[in-house]
Ligand binder design. Structure first.
Ligand code: ATR
Length: 272
């Protein structure tokens, strides 16, 4: 039986066991995927013993993504650029680390708003770990400018510096001026979780009519930010698909079959 894990600290909130469990059942695969809480002090030991504990690989989540990036034997292109690993697998005895967050972000938008790759100016709100993967994917799509706006300017500036001259960091106060310039707008902050923000929502009134708007928060599915964009009749894409799609490459590596992201899966992950 093939076995995979997700490690984090804490880990009880993770939806990954449910999501991979759905696919294992659906495809009748003799495998398991389980959440393992690993304290930061035990991370190295856990990583060293992955194969001897019978695992084919697994996922890595907060707070371990950057530490794991430091200790794997080999990194894929996305993990190298993003500086964080969320997926582990073996090639022989070599431990490989990849980052599928950027892929998941892109694949979700490809499914619901394929035109998103044709824009010229993007606006990324927030500059945390998730924003790094998103900026990487946006740049891969050929955008000429990626504005990064963050409450803490220094983090926006550090992120922009990681990815070169197409990325421009701005102060939070510039958000209102930048929103009307963007073809594609993504909220990567947790603003959506706590009921909204006075700066952000009214400013959406000035956004281009054809702009595509997405949020990576998926609880609630329609964040206040997406609701405001929807009220303004902008094209919106919710964040759940990013979670579902980022899981695809890992599942394929551990269990040997490329799973499909379907409405049934979406409803299953949303339920309970
Ligand atoms: P993640 O890895 O999910 O991106 P993170 O690294 O904690 O999480 O980043 C959270 C992001 O949400 C940051 O950009 C944070 O801004 P700061 O860098 O200034 O902390 C942003 N954020 C969180 N709460 C916010 C709020 N109430 N208003 C604006 N930005 C907020």
């Amino acid at each position: 039986m093939k076995q995979a894990f997700v490690i984090g600290f804490p880990i009880h909130h993770s939806k990954s066991p449910k999501l991979h469990g759905f696919w294992l059942d659906h495809y009748g695969i003799d495998g398991s995927y389980k959440a393992v809480e690993v304290e930061p002090d035990n991370l190295t030991r856990f990583i060293e013993n992955i194969q001897s504990n019978g695992f084919s690989g697994g996922n890595v989540t907060i707070p371990h993504k950057e530490r794991v990036y430091e200790i794997v034997d080999q990194l894929d292109e996305a993990a190298t650029a993003i500086g964080a690993v969320n997926t582990l697998w073996f090639e022989g005895s070599k431990l490989c680390g990849g980052n599928t967050d950027a892929y998941g972000f892109g694949a979700n938008l490809d499914a619901y708003a394929p035109d998103w790759r044709n824009g010229d100016v993007a606006l990324v709100i927030g500059a945390g770990g998730a924003a790094r993967a998103i900026v990487f994917e946006i740049l891969k799509s050929g955008y000429s400018t990626v504005h990064i706006v963050n409450r803490t300017y220094s983090r926006a500036s550090a992120l922009a510096n990681m990815f070169g001259s197409k990325c421009k960091a701005s102060e939070w106060s510039k958000l209102e001026d930048l929103l009307p310039t963007a073809d594609f707008i993504v909220n990567t902050t947790s603003i959506g979780m706590d009921g909204g923000n006075e700066t952000l929502l009214p400013a959406l009134n000035k956004v281009k009519e054809q702009a595509i708007v997405t949020d990576i928060v998926y609880t609630p599915l329609q964040t206040p930010f997406l609701k405001a964009a929807d009220d303004r009749q902008l094209k919106t894409v919710d964040g759940l698909g990013m979670l579902l799609h980022q899981a695809v490459p890992g599942f394929e590596r551990w269990f040997g079959l490329r799973p499909e992201v379907t409405d049934d899966l979406r409803n299953f992950v949303l339920g309970g």
